[in-house]
Design a protein around this ligand. Structure first.
Ligand code: RM4
Ligand code: MN
Length: 393
């Protein structure tokens, strides 16, 4: 290995040491499609057991120290106690995800509903989520709205934007100094004609109007086919308005498959823009979260695999030779510039990541370590009786 190779490895490993990936409580629970939820053995029955599983992922990967909660799925009487339990397990509570999409009252929308009483109920839930953040010490309130309409003429598109803006303003004004509002968009579903926050432009415009503490969430599964997501990353980072990722993979729509499974090259291109924008460091304030469902595969190893996929894409992005790339771009060397990027993408970074884990005192092979740990046999034996957690639980 030449001296510059050794320097590159050190630089890449140093950056990877600072990387943090947040796992979602709901990914540990049962999930499915609208056709069937296939129950699995050993699945958590309450938020405490979800946190125990998340702690296992962190212990094995070393880079997943926080767990996102979903309210009301993770509602408990004593959030301080839940936060303490998490700390005892070696993790912390992360983003609080509001849920204004699973109540009969929300049939025609939540914060954009034509009925002011329903809007009040929805906004009160968002404010309750900020109260919970005060108790859990969470920094981020993540908002996704299923609001929209199914038929032309069903409701006034413009009035719904006014209602959305008013709800966001009231919620934003309730945030503490260190709290932030993250607004997520999604192209369609469950509404099929109009969606009130369908794209990054809409989310960006609302966040701009709200102020500094409001930023956009990119859920990688929430775009039309062929959308250039790395362009959105570059644009929002430049504007200081990229707040978070919900990582997952899609083949068709909002599939929620493991990140990096459908298109590892896209994940690399996204992570390259993150590296280019110097946004990997935790101080840059971007929350890198997973938002996935493991319907047919075992959940904990799937989450470990997802964390490793993000890590591998990041390592490759860090390997891009920035000087060579800039020189080729300046010289108008189209093929040369492309080759610099592809060289990094084609590098097998798994040995480097194994080396990094060994240096951190971890098993170099987290998937194998999980299989050998006996944890699954333990939870399968212990978690009998009670109600397994899942959507709506
Ligand atoms: C939505 C969106 C949100 C997630 C819910 C469960 O489609 O992606 O982030 O909280 O699903
Ligand atoms: Mn999401």
């Amino acid at each position: 290995m030449s001296q510059s190779d050794a320097q590159t490895r050190d630089r890449v490993k140093q950056a990877l040491r600072t990387q943090r990936i947040e796992t979602p409580s709901w990914a540990y629970a049962n999930s499915g499609t609208r056709f069937k939820v296939f129950a699995q053995e050993g699945v958590p029955r309450n938020p405490y057991e979800k946190i125990a599983d998340a702690a296992v992922v962190h212990r094995l990967t070393g880079v997943a120290p926080t767990v996102a909660l979903h309210i009301p799925w993770d509602r408990v009487d004593d959030y301080a106690d839940l936060a303490k339990y998490a700390a005892d397990q070696g993790v912390a509570l992360g983003a609080i995800n509001a849920n204004v999409f699973q109540d009969n009252d929300y049939k025609l929308g939540s914060v954009t509903n034509p009925d002011p009483g329903v809007r009040r109920k929805a906004i009160d839930h968002l404010l309750e989520c900020v109260d919970i953040m005060d108790r859990t010490g969470s920094r981020d309130l993540k908002l996704w709205f299923s609001d929209g309409t199914n038929y032309p003429g069903q409701d006034d598109i413009r009035a719904r934007q006014d209602r959305l803006a008013a709800a966001l303003r009231e919620t934003y004004d309730r945030l503490g100094d260190h709290q932030r509002l993250r607004l997520e968009y999604k192209l369609f579903e469950p509404a099929f004609y109009t969606t009130d926050v369908p794209d990054w432009g809409t989310a960006y415009a609302h966040c701009l109007e709200l102020g500094e503490k409001a930023q956009v969430v990119i859920d990688t599964g929430h775009h039309a086919p062929s959308t250039n997501i790395e362009f959105i990353v570059a644009f929002l980072l430049r504007a200081g308005k990229l707040g978070a990722f919900d990582f997952n993979s899609r083949f068709y729509a909002d599939d929620d498959l493991m990140v990096g499974a459908a298109d590892p090259f896209q994940l690399f291109r996204i992570m390259y823009e993150i590296v280019r924008g110097d946004a990997l460091r935790p101080e840059a304030g971007i929350a890198f979260m997973l938002d996935q469902c493991h319907n047919i595969e075992p959940k904990i190893p799937a989450i470990i695999r997802s964390v490793l996929n993000v890590q591998e894409a990041t390592a490759k992005a860090l390997l891009v030779d920035a000087d060579a790339l800039a020189a080729a771009q300046q010289a108008g060397d189209v093929l040369g510039a492309n080759a610099v990027l592809m060289d990094a993408y084609h590098t097998d970074v798994r040995p480097l990541l194994a080396e990094l884990r060994t240096e951190l005192g971890l098993d170099p092979d987290p998937m194998g370590a999980y299989a050998r740990s006996g944890y699954f046999d333990k939870i399968r034996a212990e978690r009998v009786g009670g109600q397994q957690a899942g959507w709506g639980a």
